[in-house]
Design a protein. Sequence first.
Length: 260
Amino acid sequence: MTGQQQMAVTEDDIQALVDGRLHGADAAAVEAAVAQDAVLAARVAGLRADRAALRAALASKAAEPVPARLRAATRRPTRSWQASWGGAQLAAGLVILAVGLGGGWVLGRQGAVGPQPVVVAGFAQAAQLAHAVYSVEVAHPVEVGAADEGHLMAWLSKRLGRTLQAPDLRARGYALVGGRLLPGSTGAAAQLMYEDASGARLTLYVAAVEGGETAFRFAQGSEAASLTWVDAGMGFAVSAALPRARLLPIAEDVYHALAL
């Protein structure tokens, strides 16, 4: 990256910049490229705002001791962490990982061992495409309706190879419409659809993704926004035409309902 002008900024560059993993000339080059693109600059600003808000919200958890079950990880940091973090930064990353697993969150890439950002970005795009295609359907928005929820979840669980349940989002104003089976990049994928009183729809997309846990990742598409994460090899994406501030608490509810 060093010395390039008007460089092509990759997803890895963006995430590294937001996470503070770029330094010196590399950081300056990416910052300069971002500054030349108003849309990209707005996205980076939003990611930084999300990061700051999540850290502030769970600051008290960060002060708690590392759980005993995670101490082995602190003694044996992975090779990728060692390559990208100095001693003090590595320790901070491990604390964030402990906060994430202890409190139901994985807050940052520093402490998360998971898919590369491009994989997560591709998963978000697949979820948003499925949302755009089916959320506008009037006659056949789902294959199996909420009236047959038991059959629907048993079918999707069998095809995905893991027990899946439909999170109850009525407290957020969304009722289950039903769901469908979709093709994913590595096998079967599932989509659950919800609808509020105005008819606005929200979807949950689930499919296998190689890797461990990742942070919540916000992605803004042309038709909807998504919050995605990976837990124990399964990817999840909550998509709706909502701003991140409204989508985040819904994604939190879904995460806790489906946490392995």
